[in-house]
Each structure stands twice: as C-alpha cells, then as structure tokens.
Design a protein around this ligand. Structure first.
Ligand code: ASP
Ligand code: MG
Length: 404
C-alpha cells in the first residue's frame, strides 16, 4: 500500500463528465489499496477567462487581487471533484492551498513555496479520507493568498509528494506522456517510457510543454518520481526518474523546439572588462531573463554581443541596451523576433562524440543557417530562422533515428 499524489490538469477536469471520470479513477486506485492525495487545476480554460475579466476591469490589476481571483478556479474543481467522489461512496475533503499548509513568499502571481505543513492532509489520509487540494496556490508569510505562476499545479503536486513522502506523483494530462518530439510537428514521434530528471529539465527548458520547469526541478531536488500520463486513456505514460547509472543511456532522447524567444544584438561593444557586466546588470534590473549569449572575437578593440530573451521582454531589453549606448560607446542595437531554437537532449551524448557534427550536417543539408549555438553536457541548441524550425525538427528527429 503506497501513497500516490494524482494531479489532474485543466483538460482532465474540463467538464462534469471529465470530473466524474477522474473520481472513478481515484476510486479505482483506492480499491487497489493505495492512499491518494488529489491535486486539481482549474476547469478547462477558466484561468484564462479570469485573466481576461481582470483585464476588462483594470489596466493594471493589483497582484494581490489577481491572486485572490485566480485561486477561485481551483476551488471550483476541487469541490466538484469531492462531490463526485462522495457519490461513489469515497470519503474525500477539499483543501485550499492555505488549508493544505502550503506557505509561500509574498511575491504575488509567481510566489515560491517556502514550507509545507502537511499535518491536516496527513490526518485526513490517516482517517481514510482522500484530500483534494487546490493546485497553484498557497498562503504567504503575510497571510495573503498567493499563486505559484502559470502551470503551478504541477509544483503543488510535486511539493506535496515530497512533503508526504509519496511513492510517486502522477501527472494526468491530455497527452499520453512525454514524446521524442512534439507529435503535432513530427508525426512519427514516439512516447518515451522513461527519462531522467536532467533530461526532462532540459526538455522543459527548451520547449517541451508537458511539465512546468519548476516542478521538475523540485521533483529532482526532492527525489519524487513523476509519472506523466493521460486521463483520457489511463494507459501507462512516461516515468521521470533518477538517472540509472547501470543502464545504457540513449545518445539522443528527444528533440525540442521553442519559438518564444527573440534575439538582441549589440554591435561595437568596447572589448574592456566590465562592459558586459553593465549591460547584463541593466537587463537583470528589469527582471529580464537572458538565455543564450554569444560574443564574437574582437576586432579593432570592439566586439558584437548577441543574446536571446523572451519575446514579451524584447522591447524592454532593447530599451535597456539603448539606454547604455551613449555611456558605453556601443555602435548600435538591433533585434530579431522571428527566431526559433531547436535542441537535442540526451543523457548519453556526454560520452559520445559526433552528435554536434551530425546535428550541424543535418541542418546544412537543408540549407539552414545556424545563428547561435549553446550547449550543456546533455543538450545542444541551435537558433535558426523561425520559418524553418519545423523542417529542422523533423530532419533531426529522423537523423538520430528517434522515429517509431
Ligand atoms: N490553473 C492554473 C493555470 O492555468 C494552474 C495550472 O493549471 O497548473 O495556469
Ligand atoms: Mg496546466
């Protein structure tokens, strides 16, 4: 008999039928003898609808009130699920983030969990009750209601899994697992049976949309195995687990793509200590997350620096660079918002030469120009023009034999 955290995303609780199907599944799990803690997202697209409402009444909604509003979505799904469970004769009780003991910092709309006090949940489990917890929310050290950022129910589920020492955290969604590439772009993409936390982190950070990045970090740091699976077919999906050193690693496990970033190039940057520090401090002061950075070798004492930022922050980033232009003596600031990134991810590439060469050859054969390159020990990313990214993805998927 194990404790299983089961997290159900928005589509999994999208309407009354779906909520009853989820209740059936929880009842089935209970009959098998396991304890369950359920974590739910808001129904369907209701968080987006609440955001639209906020936008319609205010040009700049106060973050505290935004959080109060957004957490209402999860309250609806958690109470409805408990009602459906009661109908099946399963004892269940709903808990808001605050009632579940999820304590966060005061950073509204993107709060971080500081501590979990799971005594109420533990007591419920001991009484044979299934706690149904509202995802994506907590209570701050100032006793205000907070949210954990979009997609934050995954974080709730993993954090509760860690706090309650669950055997597994099952993430139910509308796809059957994690794939070797986005199946909408690459028709013969395969479902992966098992990936390591590190691979999943790289995938989540480079465009794999199945799991929220922070939840994977949390799962890795607290050793909570994840099982990503479908609430429409209920078949086994993809396990995200600690790397198994005894097993042969796949050289490349997946290819990902992402077209949410833009490129900024600062030309004629004086090649002196401290200049780059100034530039990137200015970006950091505006809370802009810089991703890839490339600096050319200097000629005549100046160099070019290119970097990528989220597209939503592009105007801000350009303004930050331009504001330094006079003082630092930059020759100019330009930008390109039609870039995309393709990445190869695989734990086995650490000890296997030639992956980069094959990647570049594959792109070269298609006449695709590589604008920027970045690597980690288990990932290679290339920035290319957005118009060719899907073609690049299909070609790389084939070149590394990832098809089904
Ligand atoms: N309902 C929230 C959102 O749409 C949290 C979640 O689904 O994980 O972002
Ligand atoms: Mg979600």
């Amino acid at each position: 008999m194990a404790l299983i955290v089961q997290k159900f995303g928005g589509t999994s609780v999208g309407d009354a039928d779906r909520i009853r199907a989820v209740a059936d599944h929880i009842a089935r799990t209970r009959r098998q003898g396991d304890d369950v803690v359920a974590v739910v997202s808001a129904m369907g697209k209701s968080t987006d609808e609440l955001l639209r409402l906020a936008d319609a009444v205010s040009s700049d909604p106060p973050p505290r009130e935004m959080d109060m509003l957004l957490t209402s979505g999860e309250r609806i799904s958690m109470s409805l699920l408990c009602m459906a469970l009661a109908d099946l004769g399963i004892k269940a009780a709903s808990f808001t983030g605050s009632q579940a003991g999820i304590i966060t910092d005061t950073d509204h709309t993107r709060a971080k969990i500081l501590e979990i006090r799971p005594d109420r949940l533990a007591a419920a489990i001991a009484d044979g009750v299934v706690p149904v917890v509202a995802g994506f929310q907590g209570v701050s050290t100032e006793k205000d209601i907070t949210t954990l950022g979009r997609g934050g129910s995954d974080v709730t589920a993993v954090a509760l899994g860690a706090a309650l020492d669950a055997a597994v955290c099952e993430i139910y969604t509308d796809v059957t697992g994690v794939f070797s590439a986005d199946p909408r772009v690459v028709p013969d993409a395969r479902r992966l049976t098992r990936v390591s936390f590190d691979e999943m982190l790289e995938m989540a950070a480079t465009g794999g949309r199945v799991l929220m990045l922070r939840s994977v970090e949390f799962a890795r740091n607290h050793h909570v195995p994840l099982h990503v699976r479908s609430s429409f077919t209920w078949e086994p999906g993809t396990w995200v687990v600690e790397e198994d050193q005894s097993m042969e690693q796949a050289i490349v496990s997946a290819v990902t793509h992402d077209a949410t970033e833009a490129k900024v190039t600062v030309a004629g940057v004086p090649d002196r200590p401290g200049i780059a520090a100034h530039l990137f401090r200015a970006l950091a002061d505006r809370s802009i997350n810089v991703d890839m950075i490339v600096q050319n070798t200097s000629a005549n004492g100046t160099t070019d620096i290119s970097f990528t930022v989220p597209r939503v922050d592009l105007d801000d980033a350009v303004a930050a660079a331009e504001s330094l232009s006079g003082e630092m003596g930059f020759a100019g600031v330009s930008s390109d918002s039609s870039i995309a990134r393709v990445s190869l991810v695989g734990a086995g590439m650490k000890s296997y030469p030639g992956v980069t060469a094959t990647m570049f050859e594959t792109l070269a054969e298609l006449g695709i120009n590589i604008e920027m390159i970045s690597t980690s020990s288990i990932r290679i990313s290339c920035v290319v023009d957005e118009s060719v990214v899907e073609e690049a993805l299909r070609a790389l998927h084939a070149a590394f034999g990832l098809g089904g």
